[in-house]
Design a protein around this ligand. Structure first.
Ligand code: HEM
Length: 205
């Protein structure tokens, strides 16, 4: 299985697969298939895809460890960059269709609406992670510090759920928020459990 998934065509195929939601949304927008409120549908769908990719990227390590599929580690950076890609499109769609590409209007909205502020904080942290995800940056920062910086992904996950929760609180509609919170919470709990196991093991040795 490791060898099959490690084949040189798999990663480019995965790359194309990750582009499919964006391609579909572009097609739907151009062909007027986004429903009565296309701007809102576009902003929301891009927000949903950002959150889905965040779940996928955080699931890579637990999957790799539990299945022994070491090849999964090779896809992690690309999947992480797709989180940034969809978050960037989500922000762009919001700035364009909600705020008419006016920086002052965006800043005003960030100050006025806490859920927008939380989303913006998550995006700024993603920007830091994306800009330090290349080999040259890792070398410059040092592996230890790089690892510490990249732990911010858990903070991003928390902010993303809070952003979603806050947005839905106006409609009292928490079902989807609960599903994402449960998935991200379980992935975080798995890591905490592994850390505890690891420290117990090292104490025994
Ligand atoms: C990691 C970053 C982010 C994630 C994971 C994220 C995720 C989401 C999700 C899941 C939704 C709800 C979609 C739905 O209802 O199905 C949403 C809505 C929204 N987000 Fe974000 N978001 C992020 C960053 C941002 C940023 C930076 C902004 C703008 C500054 C923003 C503005 C909005 C807006 C305007 C909505 C729609 C609100 C509405 O239609 O009432 N988000 N976001």
């Amino acid at each position: 299985m490791n060898r099959g998934l490690g084949h040189s065509v798999v990663k480019p195929l995965l790359f194309l697969l990750c582009l499919l939601p964006a391609a579909w949304l572009l097609w739907a927008a151009v062909n007027d298939q986004l429903g009565a409120n296309p701007a809102e549908a576009l902003i929301r769908s891009l927000g949903d895809w950002t959150l889905r990719f965040l779940v996928v990227v955080l699931a890579v390590t637990p999957l790799r460890v539990t299945t022994g599929l070491s090849v999964l580690a090779r896809w992690r950076r690309m999947l992480g960059l797709f989180v940034f890609f969809y978050a960037g499109l989500h922000l762009l769609a919001y700035a364009w269709f909600d705020q008419g590409l006016e920086l002052a209007a965006v800043v005003d909205d960030v100050i006025k609406r806490p859920f927008i502020l939380v989303g913006m904080l998550a995006w700024c942290l993603l920007l830091v992670l994306a800009s330090t995800s290349f080999n040259a940056a890792i070398r410059a920062i040092g592996a230890r510090r790089w690892q510490l910086i990249h732990r911010a992904v858990y903070l991003i996950a928390g902010l993303a759920v809070l952003h979603f929760f806050w947005m839905r609180s106006g409609k009292n509609d928490y079902a989807e928020v609960a599903v994402y919170a449960a998935m991200l919470g379980s992935l975080l709990a798995w890591r905490v459990w592994r850390q505890i196991q690891g420290s117990r093991l090292s104490k025994r040795i």
